[in-house]
Design a protein around this ligand. Structure first.
Ligand SMILES: C[S@@+](CC[C@H](N)C(=O)[O-])C[C@H]1O[C@@H](n2cnc3c(N)ncnc32)[C@H](O)[C@@H]1O
Length: 330
């Protein structure tokens, strides 16, 4: 894969006030797509090439099931070839998506998280947005649906980039991209976003304070951070560092209380710190489906006591915090 699928977005970015970073970002993408690319990439690219042309339809970005709504049902053969090509991109973790009657029933009902976040954030109308660890871009589509001017998603997992390309084959937008980049691949002087989202990423970082500092640097002065992460219930500044896996995940490092998180944000210099949601993750939000056939949350909870993970830790609870980069450095 070369840079071609990302060029319309990079051109748009170039006209958005972030043009100074276009060539550095393009070079980082080329590096990710080169030597370190995934062995399954050719198979995924063949699936993209097999996506059928569809009759014209209306895009829907402002509802739970993101996608395209046509005037009527697709012809059965067309629906089958669409499903089969999309299924090559299994596992579909974030969604749901509805493409002219084909319902991609994903592992996560990501719309539930979006509903918790959307009611609490500064209106996205005309904002320049960065979504760090954006998965396949589901929330990015919702951000466009909420009026964002441009959404730059970054995620180093190539399968999720290919899933975004598959959806964008039909939605055809140049104001959203899932770029195949980790946060560490971003230019060190990149800044200027009105809103930066970091959702489901902090607990995977070995240096969470550094992550918060990087997020702050990416914001324009006064810009808004939307931080969503696993938390430990209860008051006071406490922290769980799982000695092994957490809910079967190998790469969970820090699960703080919301009080501890607020202190971390304050130490990093954020202002206006507020906790806007704390919600236990239910099996209605995360479970295996036909489009994600591996194990999921129900398999990772204690079968006798669902308030505990299989390892005996508190079951997942997630919080949303909002904070601002100060208008000016003290
Ligand atoms: C738990 S998922 C969260 C996805 C989405 N933000 C959401 O809230 O549903 C974490 C995502 O972070 C991505 N990720 C892993 N390492 C990363 C890095 N170094 N920089 C940015 N994203 C990363 C993973 O590929 C994965 O898609």
């Amino acid at each position: 894969m070369d840079l071609t699928p990302f060029e319309p977005f990079l051109d748009r970015l170039g006209r958005s006030g972030l043009g100074a970073w276009r060539s550095t970002l393009a070079a980082s993408i080329a590096l990710r797509l080169g030597a370190r690319a995934h062995g399954d990439l050719p198979r995924w690219e063949r699936a993209l090439a097999q996506l059928p042309d569809l009759p014209s339809a209306r895009s829907r970005l402002d509802r739970a099931c993101v996608g395209l709504q046509g005037a009527g049902a697709l012809d059965a053969d067309l629906g089958r070839s669409l499903s089969e090509a999309l299924m090559v991109l299994h596992p579909w973790r974030k969604g749901p998506f509805c493409i002219q009657g084909v319902h991609i029933d994903t592992e996560w009902r990501s719309d539930l998280k979006w509903d918790r976040v959307a009611q609490a954030i500064a209106p996205l109308a005309d904002r320049l947005v960065l979504d760090v660890g954006c998965g396949n871009g589901y929330h990015g589509w919702r951000m466009l649906g909420a009026g964002a001017r441009l959404v730059m998603g970054i995620d180093p997992t190539l399968l999720f980039v290919l899933q975004w390309l598959a959806i964008n084959r039909y939605l055809e937008r140049d104001d959203l991209a899932v770029l195949p980049l980790g946060i560490e691949d971003l230019p060190g002087d990149l800044t200027g976003f009105d809103t930066v989202f970091s959702m489901g990423v902090l607990y995977h970082r070995r240096s969470p304070i550094d992550h918060l500092m990087e997020l702050q640097r990416l914001l324009r002065p006064g810009g808004e951070l939307v931080l969503e992460t696993l938390v430990l219930e209860g008051e006071g500044e406490r922290l769980l560092v799982p000695p092994g896996r957490y809910a079967a995940m190998r790469n969970v490092w820090f699960i703080p209380t919301v009080d501890a998180l607020a202190v971390w944000l304050g130490r990093c210099g954020f202002t206006g710190i507020r906790v806007v949601d704390v919600t236990p993750t239910g099996q209605d939000e995360q479970c295996s489906t036909a489009w994600m056939r591996f194990q999921s949350l129900p398999d990772h909870l204690d079968p006798i006591d669902s308030s505990r993970t299989v390892e005996g830790h508190p079951a997942p609870v997630r919080a949303v915090l909002i904070a601002n980069r100060p208008e000016a450095s003290p």
